[in-house]
Design a binder for this molecule. Structure first.
Ligand SMILES: *[C@@H]1O[C@H](CO)[C@@H](O)[C@H](O)[C@H]1NC(C)=O
Ligand SMILES: *[C@@H]1O[C@H](CO)[C@@H](O)[C@H](O)[C@H]1NC(C)=O
Length: 486
């Protein structure tokens, strides 16, 4: 081997040893920009034998998008007006005679969160059934996702970009509006879902009426209001009625409230609230009692008696029970001796005296009020005048045996004037033990006028026994005029 050959060999070996593969760096290694902004990556050759050829590529070997430009020397990659599709990794590939090397740069396009909830609301769930609401959120940087209700954060299960809210058995308190919120540096997004809880077997849909008071007591003439609330869906229509009677004349119904402007005793009774919707109806009851003060009368309210007669006065009262009665004598301190008052309002005097005359007052009282009634009692000795006219026709058959013994004591003063006219026609047929028969016909006309004044004192004892058999037919016409003053 000659020296020139050796030199050439050495030289070529040296060339090989001196030629180095390129080393590159990328600035920046990663970048995040908002959509529409621009970004640049620069690839620098750190070392390696020149010439070095630089090239930019997508890591997925897709072609570079049309908004990606490479500078004249191949080192600078610029993306103007970035869009979502530009996101990803870019490779700077450096090549020289000694070899090739690559360096990565990554680009993220930031965007505010977007939220989607499945299933979408409004969501109808039956009482006791499970419910799961999934919230999917997207956004760069990755947003944090929360579920909230009435401003309170709820416990959820989370995966990458999904937050799931689960209720094993829904109760009526779970009804309401749920909010899924996603937040990152670029913004906040939220979606609301309404959860409607429906009762088992549709019971919550049927109407339910309730009254605020089951019993109401009022005083006559006052105003009364009765309230009725109804639940159900669709919202029930509320109406009021009265058991076995029309509503009182003076009434109004507004928003489930029944108002009776001035109640009377006849308005007492049961009132019915009826809540009706398409699923049925429900009734609730209010019992009204109207209290009234007593209304008092005396029976009789005027009475004339003779000394020794019995006085009986009854005090009557209408109104709320219990009612108590009290008899007094107007203008006198006390009741006459021998006067009895019985609890039910009766006044009794066994034998009245002349000085028991006067006005008696009954006061009836209940828990609402009281009222009074008066009775005028007159006790007097009496005189009488009598005028009588009579006409009679009679047919009679009789048998009579009579024995009488009488004892009587009486004191009487009487003045009487009597005028009588009588006409009688009689036909009689009789049989006697002596076997004689007789038939008689008689006609008589009688007129009498008598005037008598008598004062008598008599004592009599009487005993009588009588047996009589009689058959009689009589026709009588009588006219009498009886005039008495006392
Ligand atoms: C309540 O309403 C229902 C349906 O309209 C009806 O059938 C029912 O008789 C009503 N009840 C009363 C007390 O009015
Ligand atoms: C009423 O008369 C009787 C006798 O007739 C007498 O005993 C009584 O005291 C009299 N009463 C009054 C209140 O005057």
């Amino acid at each position: 081997m000659d020296s020139s050959t050796t030199a050439l060999l050495l030289c070529s070996l040296l060339w090989t040893v001196c030629a180095q593969a390129p080393v590159v760096s990328v600035e920046p290694r990663s970048a995040g920009v908002r959509q529409g902004e621009s970004v640049s990556f620069r690839c620098r050759v750190v070392s390696g034998s020149q010439p070095v050829h630089l090239e930019w590529k997508r890591t997925n070997n897709h072609p570079l998008a049309d908004n990606v430009k490479i500078g004249p020397d191949g080192s600078v990659l610029t993306i103007a007006n970035t869009r979502n599709g530009n996101q990803g990794q870019y490779r700077c590939v450096a090549t020289n005679s000694a070899g090739r090397s690559t360096m990565m740069a990554s680009l993220t396009i930031k965007h505010s969160p977007k939220v989607r909830v499945t299933p979408a609301g409004p969501l109808r769930v039956r009482l006791g059934e499970p419910v799961a609401l999934e919230c999917h959120a997207t956004g760069r940087p990755r947003p944090s996702v929360t579920w909230q209700r009435h401003g309170t954060q709820l416990v959820t299960t989370k995966t990458e970009d999904t937050s799931t809210l689960k209720v094993a058995a829904v109760s009526s308190e779970d009804a309401g509006v749920y909010v899924c919120q996603a937040q990152n540096t670029e913004g906040v997004a939220e979606v609301k879902v309404e959860v409607i809880v429906e009762g088992g077997q549709g019971a919550a849909n049927a109407p339910k009426a309730t009254v605020s008071m089951a019993e109401v007591t009022a005083v006559e003439g006052h105003m009364v209001t009765m309230q009725c609330q109804a639940t159900g869906s669709p919202l029930p229509v509320v109406s009021w009625s009265k058991l076995r009677a029309p509503l009182p004349w003076k009434h109004t119904v507004e928003g489930g409230v029944l108002t009776l402007t001035s109640v009377g005793r006849q308005d007492s009774g049961q009132y019915i609230c009826n809540a009706t919707n398409s699923h049925g109806y429900s009734q609730a009851y209010t019992q009204l009692e109207v209290d009234s003060p007593p209304y008092t009368t005396s029976l009789p309210d005027q009475v004339r008696l003779r000394p020794g007669d019995t006085l009986r006065l009854q005090c009557l009262a209408h109104g709320s029970h219990p009612i108590t009665f009290r008899w007094t004598r107007v203008g006198r301190a006390g009741m006459p001796a021998g006067a009895e008052t019985i609890k039910d309002g009766q006044l009794l005097i066994g034998q009245v005296k002349l000085n028991d005359s006067g006005t008696y007052k009954c006061v009836a009282t209940n828990h609402v009020g009281s009222s009074e009634a008066l009775a005028k009692v007159t006790v007097k000795v009496s005189l009488s005048l009598c005028l009588s006219l009579s006409l009679s026709l009679s047919i009679s058959l009789f048998l009579s045996i009579s024995l009488s013994l009488s004892l009587s004591l009486s004191l009487s003063l009487s003045l009487s004037l009597s005028l009588s006219l009588s006409l009688s026609l009689s036909l009689s047929l009789s049989f006697s033990l002596s076997l004689s028969a007789s038939l008689s016909l008689s006609l008589s006309l009688r007129f009498s006028l008598s005037l008598s004044l008598s004062l008598s004192l008599s004592l009599s004892l009487s005993f009588s026994l009588s047996i009589s058999l009689s058959l009689s037919l009589s026709l009588s016409l009588s006219l009498s005029l009886y005039l008495s003053f006392s």
